[in-house]
Design a protein around this ligand. Structure first.
Ligand SMILES: *[C@@H]1O[C@H](CO)[C@@H](O)[C@H](O)[C@H]1NC(C)=O
Ligand SMILES: *[C@@H]1O[C@H](CO)[C@@H](O)[C@H](O)[C@H]1NC(C)=O
Ligand SMILES: CC(=O)N[C@H]1CO[C@H](CO)[C@@H](O)[C@@H]1O
Length: 746
């Protein structure tokens, strides 16, 4: 109402003006067209992103009378004032931000006045679009439910995003963000329709929810001088809806169960459990045995508990692999799906069997064998047929075998047994298996469990009777025998008795003796007793040969033998008298020196040939002593000179006659006497005489004395004549030296 009144009032004023001031023409705007930026702003358009304060236009007009003009600019009352004008220059400035999407046309009243007349024109300014708006999703975020069996390629949702910009900046295309969404889903870029990708299906059991991020993008447009694109994103939640499509699943597989020997029919072995793979709305499950139970096991169809139906001893196998079926039934009792698993049932052994030894006819604790001594090393005692068995299982049936007995004669193999083995006994040390040491051997064969807490064991006796072989040669009690026999013993006299023993039995132990060797000629041996005696014709003479040695041989009936040496010594008898050497029975004695006489005894040995000397008688008086052992005769100590001798004899002739006895020490003793003539002389006379007498016996000494005497005489002559000559030379010094030489040379 108010505006209308103003307009009416203005029209009234205009009327007054035209009535009273006809002579003044009204100012006017130039019309420079909508594309210029000066004029009356009619049809002027302006980009919405123009900055506040920008001069956007110049109002341009003129007054016919040339009066200066003033510009004005008004808006309808109540509406927003976007522009302001400078009254004189007409420059129009933007004073409010523009938004095309809020207001795309601005109505403005522009005026021009010359002081008298004022012209007002209503013009429309157009606001031009720029790309300043994002696409806006409608109804987002959102959740959709999709059944898991939806076929691939089906569309499941349609996105809608709106961009209020115009033109390209207002067009929208759609894209999926993220690889997870991209693998399963696809979006139509133009329509925004979301599909399950062809070839892909949803699976509730694998993923119950998918989060799809979709990006809406505009076509791009100018904004403040730049070309830009604007986007926005939104998330869609896809809930996959479960439907019956999955088999039951066994939980806790694989199943390993054990049957113990103490179990009885009805014992629970173990329990299997299966659940419906469709978790949302599970169906009940029924268990059954498919195969492999051999009638020995059953399963409770509701609980899945496997029980034993028979006694464990009736089980034919140690290991059962039972196929168990879990079936899913619908409310009508129909089987709609099933799964199969395997339960492994092991029959576990309790260690309740000790090892046991068996012979050919069942369990046996004593094994006997007869064999020859000294079997070859490594030989198997085939006569022993031993089996050992532990009817437990696994480590309960593992045991060691050991042979306990004297020494290391035998060895047992194998040393470790699992369940059952043939026991082999081998010869380890042949030499100690000796009939002569022991005619039977006893061993204990032990079987002891290795890994069990009970350590069950078994023992068996092995008795071996040994048979003899001729494994020994006769053996002498000594390596040598020493015998003594007196000479002149009669033929057939015993010399010595030798003994050799052979521990072998029977004929192998029977010893026969013989002798041989160069010294054996005089002797014989009794083959059975080993007594050595002299030949009947033998005459033993210690003076001829006093020592004999030869070999004695002891031989068994198989020819095994050994040897010993016999040393025989012929004992001397005193069967010879001492005898004097007759040539030396005239002696010359120098006073102070002894003379010696000697007798010989032919006997072979002391004391038969040991002689004792003694003086029986001396004429004219005993002035001598004799050494009983050596036969040396000396004057008694007080006889120191010839005078004393002559005082005793009372004559100048000093010849003595002495009766000397030589007596051996044998028993009985033999003796001989002889008469020794002794001349006693003075020492000097005797020496000279005896020296020259001795020269007779040494002609070379005489010759060398003569030779040295002659040489000495020649040397002396030469020496003396040389001295005489030198004296002569000294007296005649006038002679030159050369001449002296010439004189000396000849
Ligand atoms: C106004 O318009 C006239 C005629 O078109 C022109 O000659 C003049 O330059 C303009 N003035 C301005 C300030 O643009
Ligand atoms: C299976 O087990 C259930 C629960 O223990 C029991 O009630 C049912 O009698 C058993 N079925 C058979 C066949 O043993
Ligand atoms: C050396 C010695 O004894 N001479 C004696 C020999 O005998 C006469 C008489 O009987 C003595 O007078 C000597 O002294």
């Amino acid at each position: 109402m108010k505006n209308t009144m103003e307009i009416l009032f203005s029209l009234f004023l205009l009327l007054i003006y035209f009535c009273f001031a006809k002579s003044d023409y009204a100012p006017y705007f130039y019309d420079n067209g909508p594309n210029s930026n000066n004029g009356n702003m009619a049809l002027f358009s302006l980009s919405e992103d123009t900055l506040k304060g920008t001069q956007i236009y110049v109002l341009n007009g003129s007054d016919p009378e040339g009066q200066p003009v003033k510009y004005g600019l008004t808006f309808e009352p109540g509406s927003k004032e976007y522009f302001r004008v400078h009254p004189k220059s007409g420059a129009v400035t933007l004073i409010e931000e523009l938004d095309r999407e809020a207001q795309d046309e601005i109505e403005v009243f522009v005026s021009i006045s010359d002081g008298l007349n004022k012209v007002v024109e209503k013009v429309t300014v157009f606001v031009m679009d720029v790309n300043d708006e994002r696409p806006q999703f409608q109804n987002m975020p959102s959740i959709v439910d999709v059944p898991e069996n939806t076929t691939s390629g089906s569309s499941i949702y349609k996105f809608l995003a709106v961009d209020r910009d115009t033109g390209s900046g207002g067009s929208v295309s759609y894209f999926l963000q993220g690889t997870e969404a991209g693998t399963k889903f696809a979006i139509d870029h133009n329509s925004g329709v979301l599909r399950i990708k062809p070839g892909e299906v949803l699976d509730y059991e694998k993923s119950r929810t998918h989060f799809i991020t979709v990006v809406a993008k505009d076509g791009g447009g100018n904004h403040q001088g730049k070309q830009i694109m604007m986007t926005s994103s939104a998330t869609l939640t896809i809930n996959v809806i479960d439907i019956q499509d999955t088999s039951p699943m066994f939980v806790g597989t694989p199943y390993f169960c054990y049957v113990y020997e103490v179990s009885s029919p009805g014992s629970e072995i173990c329990t299997v459990f299966a659940k419906d793979g469709d978790m949302e709305n599970p169906n009940p499950i029924i268990y059954s045995v498919d195969s492999g139970a051999d009638g020995a096991f059953s399963i409770n169809k509701t609980t899945g508990c496997i029980t034993l139906k028979v006694y464990p001893t009736q089980l034919k196998k140690e290991l059962f692999n039972i196929k168990i079926k879990a079936s899913e039934v619908n409310p009508n009792g129909e089987i709609i799906d099933y799964a199969v698993t395997t339960a492994t049932i092991r029959v576990v052994d309790l260690n309740n069997h000790p090892p046991t030894f068996y012979g050919e006819n069942g369990p046996q604790n004593t094994f006997e064998l007869t064999m020859y001594e000294h079997p070859p090393e490594g030989e198997i005692l085939r006569g022993l047929k031993i089996t050992v068995n532990d009817s437990d299982q696994g480590s309960n049936a593992k045991f060691h075998l050991r042979l306990v007995g004297p020494g290391r004669m035998l060895r047992v193999v194998p040393q470790t047994v699992l369940n059952e083995a043939q026991v082999t006994v081998l010869v380890e040390d042949s030499t100690s298996i000796d009939y002569e040491k022991s005619q039977f051997l006893t061993f204990k064969l032990l079987a002891v469990e290795i890994d069990t807490p009970e350590r069950f064991s078994a023992t068996a006796d092995i008795i071996i009777h040994l048979l003899d072989t001729n494994d020994n040669a006769p053996k002498f009690t000594s390596d040598f025998y020493i015998a003594r026999i007196p000479e002149n013993s009669p033929g057939g006299s015993n010399v010595v008795s030798v003994t050799a023993t052979d521990p072998d039995s029977g004929l192998w132990g029977l010893v026969r003796y013989s002798i041989y060797g160069s010294g054996a000629d005089l002797f014989l041996i009794q083959p059975d007793s080993g007594i050595i005696y002299t030949q009947p014709w033998a005459s033993l003479d210690a003076e001829v040969k006093s020592k004999y040695n030869f070999y004695v041989k002891a031989e068994d009936t198989e020819g095994k033998y050994s040897l010993a040496e016999v040393f025989v010594t012929i004992l001397d008898l005193n069967d010879h008298s001492p005898a004097f050497n007759e040539n030396s029975l005239e002696k010359t004695m120098i006073i102070g020196a002894p003379v010696k006489i000697e007798a010989v005894d032919e006997d072979a040995e002391e004391p038969n040939n040991v002689i004792e000397y003694s003086i029986m008688k001396a004429d004219p008086g005993n002035i001598f002593d004799i050494d009983a052992d050596t036969g040396e005769i000396k004057l008694k100590p007080y006889i120191k000179s010839m005078d004393i001798v002559q005082n005793i004899t009372n004559q100048r002739d000093c010849t003595w006659s002495v009766v000397v006895q030589a007596k051996d020490r044998g028993s009985p003793s033999f003796s001989t006497t002889t008469i020794v003539k002794i001349d006693i002389t003075e020492a000097v006379k005797a020496r000279v005489t005896s020296y020259f007498l001795s020269l007779r016996t040494r002609p070379w000494t005489v010759f060398s004395i003569c030779l040295s005497t002659v040489v000495l005489a020649v040397c002396l002559t030469v020496f003396i004549s040389t001295i005489i000559y030198w004296n002569a030379v000294k007296k005649s010094r006038v002679q030159p030296r050369g001449k002296i030489r010439k004189i000396r040379r000849p």
